[in-house]
Design a protein around this ligand. Sequence first.
Ligand SMILES: Cc1cc2nc3c(=O)[nH]c(=O)nc-3n(C[C@H](O)[C@H](O)[C@H](O)COP(=O)(O)OP(=O)(O)OC[C@H]3O[C@@H](n4cnc5c(N)ncnc54)[C@H](O)[C@@H]3O)c2cc1C
Length: 385
Amino acid sequence: MTESEDIAEIRRAVQALCAEFPGDYWREKDRDRAYPGEFVDALTRAGFLAALIPEEFGGSGLKLDAAAVIMEEIQASGCNGASAHAQMYIMNTLLRYGSAEQKAQYLPGIASGELRLQAFGVSEPTSGTDTLSLRTVAVRDGDDYVINGQKIWTSRAEYSDLMLLLARTTPRDQVQSKTEGLSIFLVDMRAALGNGLTIKPIRTMMNHSTTEVFFDDLRIPASSLIGEEGKGFRYILSGMNAERILIAAECVGDAKWFITKATDYAKDRSVFARPIGQNQGVQFPIARCYAQMRAAELMVHHAAQVYDQGGNPGEEANMAKLLASEASWAAADMCVQTHGGFGFAEEYDVERKFREARLYTVAPISTNLILSYLAEHVLGLPRSY
Ligand SMILES: Cc1cc2nc3c(=O)[nH]c(=O)nc-3n(C[C@H](O)[C@H](O)[C@H](O)COP(=O)(O)OP(=O)(O)OC[C@H]3O[C@@H](n4cnc5c(N)ncnc54)[C@H](O)[C@@H]3O)c2cc1C
């Protein structure tokens, strides 16, 4: 794949920034489960998190394909873009479906770093993957909506000023199609905290700043609604394609990190008086992971290009996410195996990246659900649920 000089320049700039945040920075944050605020600030100052914001609002107006390269390089450098990735993929819903007033109100502040858009409230404890059964409701009352319900796994909610929220505005038994009656809101969490919004952190196996969020008669202005009431599920699906493509790019970056780390170690580590990498039993798993990663990388760029041309790459985005998350997880496992006992030692960063990479065959959508989408919507097999 030959890249343009612009893309190569983006890669070099991200690498230079990430070099300021080496393994010991991430190890310390991981140990304390602390938010890597300095890293996110540096990404913001450099303009990377405003990559998708049009130039007229203070961003760089790049395409999704370029944004994917930014996220890939962050991961390939050993850093953890999960601390900031939502700003890029949430942005797409605001860009595609937000009104001119909403864009003018929020985008310049997000581009300058004054406003953080890092929280995405979709998942709920009872409905799980079955998004259409979600229970959080938003009821219109004069010039406001009143929100009641609960979200789970709302990552970065403590470190965000705005949340993109999916809630039901028409009861499920009053809509013709079950995909109708859900709406999207841009919630200003600064005004909401303590006035009907409560955030409770969840400690997980890796450092992810994820939370539970409770809405108890939270009043938000009706102007927080994005697009038309009741059409939120359609909007969110389009935004989810961008999310899947960006997460897939991160997985490609992780796979590259694991492959480089394993290759370097296999050349360097000598056992039985020769480098372990001279044994085909060690070489072949690395080579297989490389081939898997390259195939996933091609699908990620293809999906991003379809998206950038204004298309709806449901099939391509899902396949990119499936292939890339499996490639990164295979590479993570291979990297631990190649390192033997040292794969478990904190100072090599392999075990940290291994824990971080495990997430992506589960979230933001699990492998089974992608297979189900391909089986039903692409291959025309009978619906299973
Ligand atoms: C660290 C972390 C961060 C997250 N961040 C966010 C966030 O910021 N915002 C947000 O909204 N969500 C977030 N999520 C939620 C994430 O998107 C969900 O966990 C994920 O979509 C899976 O949903 P679930 O956990 O409810 O699993 P469930 O729906 O309970 O599913 C459990 C298992 O059963 C399988 N399964 C379920 N139904 C079927 C079926 N019909 N056929 C075959 N298999 C099936 C699933 O594939 C899965 O493996 C996060 C999750 C984690 C762990």
